[in-house]
Design a protein. Structure first.
Length: 232
């Protein structure tokens, strides 16, 4: 049973989300503000539903704090729908963005979608599915465990970074435009821009840099493809 932390300063919103998620079999933790959310992150949390507009410590600040030590998936909730807010939330490391008012059923579906991208088993899934690992030079992408190893060492990627890297290395040598990466790597493409894709590419490269490799080749004006890498 996956555990979801719901963070919102409105009790009614927390209750609605809790009811929708518990109906789908999730365990739900609740936090009424950003500081309480960070305290409850000491629990085994599999995903965070995070309100953006909260007093004192807002959702974007909470996301920044979480990303310093965790890649737990984050779905933002916000009463504002401006494109700049969506872009900023996703560039800070969010994995999806839902605008209020929202359908509780749709939110539950998005939670399931994002969790499946981490390799989590959801009620009704086949827990005995095949395990698959993609090997690209010194990089191993373990789809079942949602882990990436470089030269045998595990590196930590967010759900979205993992999806971008997977989309590239499972098609070695093939050019993917930013639009194609959006289609393959993101749960819901209506909130994603090309600028956001570029941000995640930069983050992946930064995490690979200590190993002396750049796994992604930029094809200027067109998109990206997996770099040619020698085996470890």
């Amino acid at each position: 049973m996956a555990t979801v932390l719901v963070v919102d300063d409105e009790p009614r919103i927390r209750d609605v989300v809790q009811y929708a998620l518990e109906r789908e079999g999730f365990k739900v933790l609740m936090a009424a503000n950003g500081n309480e959310a960070l305290e409850k992150m000491s629990n085994a949390v599999d995903l965070v539903v995070l309100d953006v507009l909260m007093p004192e410590l807002d959702g974007l600040s909470v996301c920044r704090a979480i990303r310093k030590h965790s890649t737990v998936p984050i779905i933002f909730l916000s009463s504002r729908s401006e494109e700049v807010d969506r872009i900023l939330g996703l560039e800070l490391g969010g994995d999806d963005y839902v605008t209020k008012p929202f359908s509780p059923r749709e939110l539950a579906i998005r939670v399931k979608t994002v969790l499946r991208r981490t390799g989590a088993t959801i009620d009704g899934d086949d827990a005995a599915g095949p395990r698959e690992t993609i090997v690209h030079g010194p990089i191993e992408v373990d789809l079942a465990r949602h882990e990436v190893r470089v030269k045998g060492d595990k590196i930590t990627l967010t759900v979205t970074e993992f999806g971008v890297l997977q989309a590239l290395v499972e098609r070695p040598g093939r050019l993917l435009t930013r639009s194609q990466l959006i289609e393959r790597a993101y749960a819901h493409d209506n909130h994603i821009t090309e600028r956001t894709v570029d941000t995640h590419i930069r983050r992946i490269r930064a995490k690979m840099r200590p190993f002396g490799i750049d796994p992604i080749e930029t094809v200027h004006g067109l998109g990206y493809k997996a770099s040619e890498l020698e085996d470890a």
